[in-house]
Ligand binder design. Structure first.
Ligand code: 6PG
Length: 257
């Protein structure tokens, strides 16, 4: 299903989705390296992307990517040290980065486990150094979706979401205290995410079906459904769903998705 701004693809199961996402990753990496001699990707956290990361680490797939020219960033991070079980950096390191020939200088983690506001400021500097001040543009932005409609660490009714939904937020990174988690998070803002050339939501499982339907086909309510703030300025937006996550979607052409 495609409308002018996004494509929705449904795969039989999570493994088929991971295989298709790996092919997209390889294609986008090749395209970016050919054009600009580097590929800048922002990784998603949480459990869903693990299948993709493990697949990218398989020798037969990894050999298709010029890892020397890959730069890895994160869409968000929990406020925990990099060796913590909840760390998105640790997840990516264990399932992918420790298994491919990516130079450590090309790995740009958010600094979790310290002052979250300072970490957000630091990451803003990391991004400004990695991209020219005005040219932030990830070649690929990977995102997940929470069952409450959050993405990255843009949670419903949070300050950065309210600010974005009302007057917009110019900064690229924010620290957010998430009441329901009683925890701080560091997150890219929609301003940063929406500059990407290609943004892919990876969503699997029945538990996400209601959120998928609300975000894609429900009323526009971004403060309650922050994933609706993800509307690339110029890039492509692809929702890659497995059948259970897509089961709530209305397939009729009249549906919004
Ligand atoms: C995080 C992620 C978050 C995640 C969703 C879905 O740090 O947790 O950035 O946005 O993508 O919560 O998580 P699962 O993939 O674990 O369902």
């Amino acid at each position: 299903m495609t409308d002018d701004s996004r494509t929705v693809e449904v795969y039989a199961d999570a493994e088929a989705l991971a295989a298709a996402a790996a092919r997209r990753f390889v294609e986008q990496a090749r395209r970016a390296v050919a054009l600009r001699n580097r590929f800048c990707v922002a990784l998603a956290g949480g459990s869903t992307p693990q299948a993709l990361y493990r697949r990218l680490a398989l020798p037969a797939v990894a050999q298709e990517v010029d890892w020397q020219r890959v730069h890895v960033f994160w869409g968000d991070e929990r406020n925990v040290p990099p060796d913590h079980a909840d760390s998105n950096f640790r997840l990516a390191a264990e399932t992918l980065l420790n298994r491919v020939a990516i130079p450590s200088r090309n790995i740009h983690p958010m600094r979790g486990g310290q002052d979250p506001r300072a970490a957000a400021e630091d990451y803003e500097t990391v991004l400004k150094e990695a991209f020219d001040d005005t040219a932030l543009r990830f070649d690929l932005m990977l995102l997940g979706l929470g069952s409450d409609g959050h993405t990255a660490s843009l949670f419903p009714e949070s300050d950065v979401v309210r600010a974005t939904a009302s007057q917009g937020v110019s900064r690229w990174v924010a620290a957010a205290y998430i009441e329901k988690l009683a925890a701080w998070r560091i997150t890219l803002t929609p301003e940063a995410i929406n500059r990407a050339a290609l943004t892919i939501f990876l969503v699997t499982g029945t538990a996400k079906a209601a959120a998928v339907r609300q975000v894609l086909q429900g009323p526009h309510a971004p403060e309650a459904l922050p994933a609706q703030l993800i509307r690339p300025v110029e890039g492509r937006l692809i929702w890659m769903l497995d059948a259970p996550a897509a089961q709530g979607l209305d397939p009729s052409p009249a549906a919004k998705a």
